[in-house]
Design a protein around this ligand. Sequence first.
Ligand code: RP5
Length: 163
Amino acid sequence: MKVSVLMGSDSDYSRLESCIATLRGLEIECEARVLSAHRTPKALVEFVESAAQRNVGVFICAAGGAAHLAGVVAAHTDLPVLGIPMDNPPLGGLDALLSTVQMPGGVPVAAVAAGGGGPMNAALMAARILALSDAGLAARVRAFREGQEAKVMEKDARLQAKL
Ligand code: RP5
């Protein structure tokens, strides 16, 4: 299954590169689009409603400011929706975070994380969801975690050697 990565503006793209790279590193097919809840509402809904035809399994939605993207997507799909609040001026992302975590009951959006780790963690959370029904992906997710542990242990060993 594929992960659909949506962003409210092309100005969000540079911070989503780690999300897309993480998905690709885990050999997860993904699509990425700039679509806005406010500026392109019709195209957004059409795109979300045709997700089954593209074999989408999870949506990742990044937006700043009023950040309605994840909520609107969740209102038009039964698939899991992961929202990434982008830390933009003038309110530094608090606005987007509050929008993302205050969905009304019945329309679930998971707010994955604010800040630099958010896009990568959204990709890893999407991978864990898809891995529930994909043993090969589950093995790659485990290998990622183990590889990360090995890297940190290596750094610690280098530090110990210097002390
Ligand atoms: C949001 O407004 C976008 O997701 C972006 O984070 C923010 C600013 O968009 P631009 O004015 O840069 O297009 O909708």
